[in-house]
Design a binder for this molecule. Structure first.
Ligand code: FMN
Length: 533
């Protein structure tokens, strides 16, 4: 009989990259079957969304201090801005006859497995319904009509099309989908903050019900198109509309949904990776996610960011660095502020989106920070984890408390680790040429008994990655998520067991970026979209 916890941990081991061999994957790119990056539901009514992102002026320095602007009205225009700034296109790049879109949210391999949904009662300009967001055309496809007089609060939904990542990455694809989901959770939280709204990951309704509510369990509508895996539901708190947030209200309304639309097929052929479907099933979310809630987390005082841009500007200009200049040096106080921003903080997005206690901690490979010794540092996102880490990590680490008093940051080793960081990140130079690189350690305790926690650990890591992307932009730097790393080589460096409680789930790097001047940058949408009112 299958055991979800055991199957999930077995998947994690099987999908590790090793110095001497990569996790099972295609090893080449099958261009003939490259998945369409856009899921379209043909035949449903469409609601065109206006472009408004560049007209919203909430400043990042304010949002980062937990001060949101007054809530904007909940209507079609502002829902459009929410999707634009969370999942919309941010730019088009062109090079030698090829052209590709980049989005406000990052994604492993720019493959974008994450699909976004809205379940809403009637709002000004938007009939009640279940909507799928088509970022290509910045519109909402109305997958289901709901009774126009239904009373409930709007929610956002996320799903993953695992095939998009499996096409390139094989077995490791499920991890990338989960990290991307975490980034999307962060992207929605930041986009909502621009509008004076909050989002929050809900601990309900569980996989089966969510599939029904989002209409991704309808075989007739899917036909031979690739399945969408339900991930999570986000509460949308937009000022005064907050009263009716019960699962029962939604459940009752959704029994009356009238569905339309047929999913497009993304690739002609698919290669199956044994273990992918199994881990998706093993980690299926139960009806209620019983996780320890986060305790009070007062935010730490931060200096204003080096560049005080409107948050919407930072979101739209965010890009992954492809290469770093090997010279930019970050002042230590800016580094400490970035580290402090990775700690949970009450009332500060995107931590308001995450109600659970922190289970992911951060190892820094500091390369170029003025006033800090290059070396290995550990940031405990829950200071109480110190004794456990002291017991688990190499006995000879220094454990010298570093930085401002309230920051649980410890120097483990003073040494130039540029080559080590690059090697551990699948030999990628971006982990060495930056100001600092990061390895995120997740707490795997309890995954054997409740395998869905495996998804939560990756969402939390993706959420941290989203903060790093924006903090990098605000410091005049650039970040890049790194999903390719040699798992057990990282564990060996730290002194951790390969099957132990702490497992590395994500890497990241931040530094002074080199622009690729060969690429042409084009606007994301036709100018005419601005005329949509
Ligand atoms: C989970 C995740 C893993 C990633 N892994 C890598 C990586 O290993 N190496 C790399 O160069 N970029 C990596 N990236 C960056 C993506 O390639 C990048 O987000 C994507 O190409 C879209 O570009 P953009 O971030 O500029 O929008 C990763 C991004 C994410 C979100």
């Amino acid at each position: 009989m299958s055991d979800p916890g055991r199957d999930t941990l077995a998947y994690h081991q099987a999908s590790k990259h090793h110095l001497e061999r990569y996790a099972p994957g295609p090893g080449f790119l099958d261009w003939a079957n490259q998945p369409d990056p856009f899921r379209v539901y043909e035949g449903c009514p469409r609601v065109l969304m206006p472009l408004a992102g560049d007209r919203l002026d909430a400043r990042y320095s304010e949002v980062r201090a937990g001060r949101l602007p007054p809530p904007r009205p909940l209507d079609r225009q502002h829902i459009g801005a929410l999707f634009e700034l969370a999942l919309g296109l941010a730019a088009c790049k062109a090079y030698e006859g090829s052209r590709w879109a980049l989005r406000c949210n990052p994604s492993s391999g720019n493959l974008h497995p994450t699909e976004g949904y809205l379940i809403t009662p009637t709002l000004p300009g938007l009939p009640a319904g279940v909507y799928h967001y088509l970022s290509r055309d910045h519109l909402l496809e109305q997958r289901a009509e709901l009774p126009q007089d239904a009373v409930f609060s709007p929610v956002l939904g996320l799903t993953s099309i695992v095939w998009r990542e499996a096409w390139k990455y094989g077995l490791r694809a499920f991890r990338y989908c989960q990290l991307d989901t975490g980034h999307a959770i962060g992207a929605f939280s930041f986009a909502a903050a621009v509008l004076g709204w909050h989002t929050r990951v809900l601990p309900w309704p569980g996989e089966t019900v969510l599939a029904t509510w989002l209409g991704v369990d309808r075989p007739a509508d899917r036909g031979d198109a690739e399945p969408e895996l339900p991930e999570c539901l986000l509460m949308l708190e937009a000022g005064e509309t907050l009263d009716l947030h019960t699962a029962a209200d939604l459940a009752e309304t959704l029994t009356l949904a009238r569905w339309a639309g047929q999913a497009n097929r993304l690739s002609a052929e698919h290669r199956l990776w044994p273990g992918l479907e199994e881990v998706a099933q093993a980690t299926a979310l139960p009806a209620y996610l019983a996780e320890a809630a986060s305790g009070p987390a007062p935010s730490q005082p931060l200096r204003p960011p080096m560049r005080d841009h409107p948050l919407a500007t930072l979101i739209r200009q965010r890009r992954s660095a492809q290469a770093f200049d090997k010279v930019t040096t970050l002042p230590a106080e800016v580094f400490f502020d970035i580290a402090a921003r990775l700690l949970p903080a009450d009332h500060v997005p995107p931590w308001t989106a995450w109600a659970w206690a922190p289970r992911v901690h951060i190892v820094f490979f500091v390369h170029r920070v003025a006033g800090m010794e290059p070396g290995l540092y550990l940031l405990l996102r829950d200071a109480q984890a110190l004794p456990e880490f002291k017991a688990a990590l190499r006995p000879d680490w220094l454990w010298v408390k570093t930085g401002p008093a309230p920051l649980p940051l410890y120097c483990l080793l003073a040494h130039d680790l540029r080559d080590v960081a690059a090697t551990l990140s699948c030999h990628q130079a971006i982990a060495a040429d930056s100001c600092f690189a990061v390895a995120m350690l997740a707490d795997f305790e309890g995954i054997d008994a409740a395998a869905w926690r495996y998804r939560l650990r990756h969402w939390e890591a993706g959420l941290i990655g989203q903060v790093l992307y924006l903090e990098a932009e605000a410091a005049g730097l650039r970040g890049t998520g790194i999903g390719c790393f040699f798992d057990d080589a990282v564990h060996r460096l730290l002194g951790l067991a390969s099957d132990g409680r702490w497992q590395v789930v994500y890497h990241f790097t931040v530094g002074g970026a080199l622009e690729d001047t060969r690429l042409t940058t084009l606007p994301p949408y036709p100018e005419a979209f601005r005329e949509r009112v």
